[in-house]
Design a protein around this ligand. Structure first.
Ligand SMILES: C[S@@+](CC[C@H](N)C(=O)[O-])C[C@H]1O[C@@H](n2cnc3c(N)ncnc32)[C@H](O)[C@@H]1O
Length: 518
């Protein structure tokens, strides 16, 4: 998949429906546990109801009641129960105001702008000023943007004609502010506003209006205003007539160019162009759970890594020996580098980020690692990666027979792949370490697409190359029927399969015994 294609698939799904990957944690009065019986339908309770005036007209939320317990949870719990998984847990996370990243379409007129999501199955934008999923700072920034559009006569985009100036806005909230008590940080989140402007670059005739709009936001929402809501203003230039939200040209206009957040025990940098989880709090919960499954000193491959947040969080909290991150979106590189620059001094780890397609020659990413973490888009794992994971054992034998055979093949016959594999960013550990050709014993699968996860999980288990050890779910998208899964697989067929084998052997022996006696 090309970089723009991957951007498109993510971005368009967010705009038309918000069942996209992201995470948040918020606690209702008492966190719900695993559903008891699928037949028991709890009475709708206002304490966990969406209560949003835009429900039904807006495509973002599909479920109004029981936000703490998405309907799909029953199926998820049953699936893992049938696989004999004990200790499955569900974290209901933050139920309202959880979305810290939103991409919104801008239509209508300058006198009456509409900023929101498309109505289901249409390209009619629904204005959602009181959205209950948005972090409250996003709604305030949208309100301010509308004022600016009207006051400065900015023309919203007209999709049919390809005319107008302002097409979309991305609002990303940072809750990183060490100058206020931790308990107040989330509430006081500041917004990085990225305006998607319908021109090729900053030299177009409409640039004056763009700058006037950015200045308006800064004057009325920046640090010298009464509300201090805006963290920074960016522009993305996009003139394409297709549905792709962002073009390739980004410019920082005002405020801090660096956007920091604190998740998984580390400070992370996120550029507006790189992938970022929408539900910051839920993502933090997931990372903290994930860390427990990674042994200290492990070597990690973080595939579908984005800006490497998962891998770098493990480097710091699990004192990893090495972490290599792989992502197809080159825009994430800069954020990765900045995050590395802020890792605690004690981190002594060989760290690399690779701009590459995981699906091409996936085995070489697995080589030399103890733990592989995968966090693919909703469509799930690439088939070539599933194949590589299913056949690790035979690869191991081959590698033992001729030292790192696949590396040799790659060197000799497929130099173009080798080039893609050279680290785009490489930070060496201070302690010398021997290159290992081991293959991973643990696979940690993070999924935002339940249906595709199920298929991938069945494929991995049917090969007997892996067994499932633990599973947890997180309410990353309250108000929808989406769920985020954290599944931990271990190499080999597992105890239950072995038990079955032993059981079969026993039966065979009993049969032979009976035959002998007769
Ligand atoms: C759900 S995001 C996860 C990002 C990251 N793990 C995080 O939590 O911030 C999926 C990522 O997969 C990347 N991606 C999609 N297809 C890919 C491929 N074939 N090879 C490598 N990366 C890919 C996307 O660019 C995106 O960053």
């Amino acid at each position: 998949m090309s970089v723009s294609a991957s951007l498109f698939s993510h971005v368009s799904s967010v705009i038309t429906s918000r069942l996209a990957p992201s995470v948040v944690r918020s606690q209702p009065a008492s966190p719900p546990s695993i559903p008891q019986s699928p037949n028991v339908i709890p009475a709708p309770s206002l304490s966990c109801a969406l209560q949003c005036p835009h429900f039904q007209s807006c495509s973002g939320c599909t479920h109004e009641w029981n936000l703490h317990r998405p309907v799909i949870l029953d199926e998820v719990a049953d699936f893992f129960k049938n696989l004999g998984i004990s200790g499955f847990s569900f974290d209901s996370c933050r139920l309202w105001g959880w979305r810290c990243r939103a991409k919104l379409a801008i239509r209508g007129s300058s006198a009456s702008p509409l900023i929101g999501l498309y109505q289901e199955g249409t390209h009619n934008v629904v204005d959602i000023p009181l959205c209950k999923a948005h972090h409250p700072s996003i709604n305030s920034a949208v309100e301010l943007l509308k004022q600016g559009i009207t006051e400065l006569d900015v023309e919203p985009y007209n999709e049919d004609e390809g005319t107008g100036e302002l097409r979309y806005v991305q609002m990303a909230v940072t809750t990183y502010n060490t100058s206020i008590p931790a308990s107040e940080r989330y509430r006081n989140g500041k917004v990085q506003v990225s305006l998607v402007w319908n021109s090729r670059n900053e030299n177009s005739p409409s640039s004056e209006k763009l700058n006037a709009l950015a200045n308006f936001l800064w004057r009325n929402g920046g640090p010298s205003s009464n509300i201090h809501l805006i963290h920074s203003v960016w522009v993305n230039f996009q003139t394409s007539t297709n549905n792709i939200i962002f073009g390739n040209r980004w410019r920082h206009l005002l405020g801090e160019s660096n956007f920091w957040e604190h998740v998984g025990g580390i400070d992370i940098s996120l550029a507006p162009s790189s992938f970022g989880q929408a539900n910051t709090r839920a993502f933090d919960s997931l990372l903290r759970k994930l860390q427990k499954y990674v042994p200290y000193g492990a070597s990690i491959a973080d595939l579908y890594a984005g800006a490497g947040v998962i891998g770098l969080s493990l480097a710091a909290t699990r004192k990893c020996r090495s972490v290599k991150c792989v992502d197809i979106n080159k825009e994430s590189k800069l954020s990765f580098e900045k995050t590395v620059g802020r890792l605690p001094k004690f981190v002594d780890c060989s760290i690399s980020w690779h701009h590459a397609d995981t699906s091409i020659g996936p085995l070489s990413w697995l080589e030399g690692t103890d733990v592989v973490v995968v966090d693919p888009p909703r469509k799930g794992l690439d088939q070539s990666l599933i194949n590589a994971l299913q056949t690790l054992e035979s690869s191991e034998h081959k590698a033992a027979a001729s030292e790192s055979s696949f590396l040799k093949v790659k060197d000799e016959k497929r130099p173009w792949i080798l080039r893609a594999r050279e680290a785009t960013v490489q930070i060496e550990s201070k302690s010398p370490s021997e290159k290992s050709h081991a293959l991973p014993q643990t696979l940690i699968y993070i999924s935002c697409g339940w249906e595709n996860f199920k298929e991938d999980c069945k494929s991995l288990l049917s090969s007997k190359a892996w067994h499932l050890e633990k599973a947890h779910a997180f309410n990353f998208f309250p108000g929808t029927n989406s769920i985020e899964i954290l599944a931990v697989f271990k190499r080999g067929p597992g105890i239950s399969a072995k038990k079955k084998k032993t059981g079969k052997k026993k039966k065979k022996a009993q049969r032979q015994d009976i035959l002998a006696r007769n």
